[in-house]
Design a protein around this ligand. Structure first.
Ligand SMILES: [Zn+2]
Length: 152
């Protein structure tokens, strides 16, 4: 985000609660807070603002509010995180475990087979849950995969 975006956000959330955003201590607090959130996309501030507006008073920890809003933003925009952060830094994608979707196949009379697919929700060239289910796999999670593998 840009500092002017954070300035506007800071001013608005303070004015929402009738607090002067330009006192010396508030300006110092703002500069300090900005250092902790400047890597976060500016549009996250809209979510943070809405979130703060529902509270009864201005939260003491604004940085925490912005980070919380960022988590929400990441869940809503899994496709955009890959572009902005690169594939190495796996975002918390709600559809997978660290970029992988674990699956199991059960056929009568056979031991269950387990494997995983690259997650198409957060990785380029991966498969989405819908695609995986359409070709007949049952989606599971790593803990269960280990148990089944052990049993088989
Ligand atoms: Zn994913």
């Amino acid at each position: 985000m840009f500092d002017h975006e954070f300035d506007d956000f800071w001013e608005q959330i303070h004015l929402t609660f009738g607090i002067d955003p330009n006192s010396k201590s508030k300006r110092d607090a703002k500069n300090f807070a900005f250092q902790s959130v400047k890597e976060i996309p500016g549009e996250v501030l809209e979510i943070a603002k809405d979130q703060i507006a529902t509270l009864d008073s201005l939260p003491r920890n604004i940085v925490k509010q912005v980070h919380h809003a960022w988590s929400k933003w990441k869940i809503r925009n899994p496709d955009r995180i890959v572009r902005e952060q690169g594939e190495e830094d796996h975002p918390k994608c709600p559809f997978c475990e660290d970029g992988n979707i674990f699956v199991i196949s059960r056929k009568r009379g056979c031991a269950p087979r387990t494997t995983f697919f690259a997650c198409g929700h957060c990785r380029v060239g991966g498969s989405t849950r819908e695609e995986i289910e359409r070709i007949g796999w049952e989606i599971t999670n790593p803990k269960r995969v280990r148990q089944v593998t052990h049993a088989a």
